[in-house]
Design a protein around this ligand. Sequence first.
Ligand SMILES: [Zn+2]
Ligand SMILES: [Zn+2]
Length: 253
Amino acid sequence: MGRTFLNNEGLRKLVRIREKVLDFFYPKFCLVCDKEGVYLCPECFSKIKTFPAPFCPYCQSRSFDGKVCKNCPPAGEAGRKSIYGFITATSYKEKDVRKLIDTFKYSFIKELANPLAFLIFKFLKENPEIEFFKNPLDFVILPIPLHSRRLRWRGFNQAEEIGKELVPLLKIPMKTNILFRRRYTEPQVELGIKERKENVKEAFKVSSLEKIKNKKIILLDDVATTLSTLEEAAKVLKKSGVKRVWALTVAKG
Ligand SMILES: [Zn+2]
Ligand SMILES: [Zn+2]
């Protein structure tokens, strides 16, 4: 007794009370329709358009299983060899998607990781040819890491938060102690297409790769536009001996 009164159940109760108090003082509103109670209500979630099918990220041709098509990468496009397949659920150009992701990242609403993960889950369920569900334990999710400076600013790594929500849905484990940043890079959104590639060059390093020996990697991020970041991370993993690297994002920029 005495000091151990705060067991797990007690702690969970406290967390629930704290959430109720916060909800009272800071009520949540649906980001799309303003309905009170949640950041994204079920009706608005169901109206968000996901892509009808996966596509090759380089030539946009349809790819029923998400693999990069046989004609890609186009000749001369060096560096586009590391990603085996690319899965993305929706378009960042959709107004509501952009609002969700921007609020998540720039207003620091961590809870939005949940609906964003569900968008991925919805897309995967609608496209059963994608191999993730077949043998989930063949895979491991690696979230794109943030530099410690950016992590301190945001307070969380957005890719990792989405990953935490995806793990129970996909039954695929996630590891955050494999892929690291070697150096600080400027935010990709502020750069042009050519600069982006240069900006992330040699930005990543890997360690403890033996822990995921023989696994297929799923690199996870929130948004991909040119795929430069994902390609750079995939390149490092491939150089270290990983056989197959998938890329997975909520949205395509
Ligand atoms: Zn709503
Ligand atoms: Zn292609």
